[in-house]
Design a protein around this ligand. Structure first.
Ligand code: GDP
Length: 369
């Protein structure tokens, strides 16, 4: 029976249940609004007082409206993806929505790449992965929003391709889009005071506009939640395992066929057929890897998940999806990628299987290293 209340900054309907959705503010502030006080939602509050953009997510319908708005405008699109979870961070059908507008692809979180990796290879792989989705970026750049790496290169590319147009920054949640925007705001001295919010046509969602020097804007758009992300299956306390803060370090296992390596209780790698061989595993340094016999692996998982094999934590087991198996026999040295978690370098010609929670992709790509 509550009267709907609205943020006086962006106009989003105020709510205190979902911190990641539009119009959120803590219950105590919502009470003030009910008492007749004019209030900003938390997102507008942070923007006004700290010049900081907070992540916000959209429903599918609103996101479609946003994408349609992109297609109808003459603009440069900057699509931010997470290089550790390309499949969990693509926007399905983006290429159909952008029309003739150019797209710059930003592979974020490059600071987590192992030191031994050649960034050019990652850039090429990312571009190819985009092509496979039908997206043809005019440029691909690797950044670290967290460390501020390569932002100059990104800003130069934006200047090069925008040709006096607006710039829309799009991405699914968890790719680091907000962190990136905040970096850009803070690095560009003096412009922070001028940030404004305005409504996307037909949605309850605000966009954040950062003025550029020629009367155009860099526009931060809300992200959509991509359900095929490992992050959604984890307890918030374990999120650091899928969002490492240090370069990931390889672990090498000499495996005979018939051996299994568990990635805690989150995923599993089976060596099925081939000679004894070295397998290099790239995952967060704190993620537990546990080797066991393939023939006992199912029982072992049943018995130890939530215990020895954690995460998932015991209290989260009920909501954790069952692991689904994908088998591969790569023709050339390849990475078996468990989306969002890491990868295993697999030699040519052997047969292996990767297991991940139902909904999370397991795929093969040409070895990056
Ligand atoms: P958004 O939902 O796309 O706006 O993403 P956020 O900016 O909220 O970032 C999601 C998570 O990724 C947070 O835990 C960030 O700290 C982390 N993150 C963002 N950018 C980077 C980066 O460049 N490197 C690393 N390692 N983590 C990042």
């Amino acid at each position: 029976t509550d009267e709907p209340l609205y943020c006086i900054g962006c106009g989003a309907r105020l709510q205190s249940t979902d911190p990641k959705a539009a119009g959120f503010l803590p219950a105590s502030s919502l009470d003030k609004a009910r008492a007749g006080e004019e209030v900003y939602c938390q997102r507008c509050f942070r923007l006004r007082h700290y010049n900081e953009v907070a992540p916000v997510s959209l429903t599918d319908d609103d996101f479609l409206r946003l994408l349609n708005a992109l297609g109808e405008s003459d603009a440069l699109i900057v699509n931010v993806v997470d290089i550790f979870d390309f499949n969990g961070s693509v926007i399905p059908g983006l290429h159909r929505f952008v029309g003739d507008n150019p797209v710059i692809l930003v592979g974020n979180k490059a600071d987590v790449l192992p030191k031994s990796i050649n960034p050019r290879k990652v850039t090429n792989w990312l571009t190819q992965a985009a092509h496979a989705q039908g997206l043809r970026p005019v440029a691909t750049v690797l950044t670290s929003a967290k460390k501020g790496h390569n932002l100059d290169a990104l800003l130069d590319l934006i200047e090069q391709y925008r040709e006096h147009r607006d710039v829309y920054v799009v991405g699914v949640t968890n790719t680091g889009k907000s962190t990136l925007i905040n970096r850009i705001i803070k690095d560009e001295n003096g412009m922070a005071d001028l940030i404004t919010t305005s409504r996307f046509p037909g949605t309850t969602l605000d966009r954040i506009q950062i003025p550029l020097d020629d009367g155009h804007f860099l526009i931060d758009t809300p992200g959509i939640i991509h359900r095929r992300q490992m992050a959604h299956f984890l307890n918030p306390k374990d999120l650091k395992l899928v969002s490492p803060s240090k370069p990931i370090r390889p672990t090498v296992y000499q495996l005979n066929p018939g051996q299994t390596v568990f990635f805690a209780g989150l995923a599993r790698f089976d060596y099925l057929r081939g000679p004894k061989a070295g397998f290099t595993i790239y995952a967060d340094n704190q993620l537990l890897l546990h080797r066991t016999k393939l023939e006992n692996a199912d029982d072992f998982y049943e018995k130890h998940r939530g215990g020895l094999l954690a995460p998932p934590r015991a209290e989260d087991l009920a909501a954790f999806p069952k692991l689904v198996r994908f088998e591969f026999t790569p023709k050339e040295a390849s990475d078996l990628v468990i989306a969002g978690l890491g990868w295993v370098v697999v030699p040519a010609g052997v047969t292996v299987a990767g297991w991940a929670p139902d909904g999370v992709d397991v795929l093969l790509r040409k070895a990056l290293i």
